[in-house]
Design a protein around this ligand. Sequence first.
Ligand code: ADE
Length: 237
Amino acid sequence: MIGIIGAMDMEVDGLKEKMSSVTVESIGGSAFYQGVLCGVPCVVARCGEGKVNAAMCAQTMALQFQTSILINIGVAGGIGKGVCVGDLVISNGLVQHDFDLSDLGYQKGLITNLEKAVIPATPMLTSLTAHVAREVYDGNVHIGIIATGDQFIASRDKLLDIHSTFHAMACEMEGAAIAQVCLLNQIDFVVIRAISDNADEKADVSFEQFAPMAAQKSIDLMLKLIPAINTQRGISL
Ligand code: ADE
């Protein structure tokens, strides 16, 4: 079973519409749509914004739906050099930019019980997603670190700080929480984000204007990626 999580309706509604044999179950504040997507058993949920919502949803997918792969899709602020609105960023690692024990002598972002700051995405999923994206997508496709925090970033100072501290290419509000749940439950995962804004002082206006277009791009990619994962794995999901 593949689990797909988006924070907002616009990030998952287009997938729910394409599912067949759907059953819906509400758990912990999220509705889980289980069914078949592109011939593959999947469960799709909108988790709501932020790390707590995302972690709850991912853990439910692990326990209740026995997902072997989790994919987090949606929009993000672009913070890397040359990362523009409409581009795709595919994670090779996730970090919580607002997790900070530095006053206790730890590296910023370091999660002590995991002994790491950056949680690597599953390499096979990162490379397969990039491969599929480059075949079907007419914008730039970047592979890099995605930084997560419980804030909408709309300040040049903050975005430069996140970029220089974590070498991140994009910022959003759920990915690293899902990554942590996946690591702790031995679930393969990747985070795929389409850029809706540049996380600067104009981010709110850009988000309003471009988020629906960016969300649709990540949905379109998923509809190509799901069958590709199924073929690649060659085993039942
Ligand atoms: N999602 C889309 N744009 C974002 C931003 N600028 N900050 C955090 N999450 C986002």
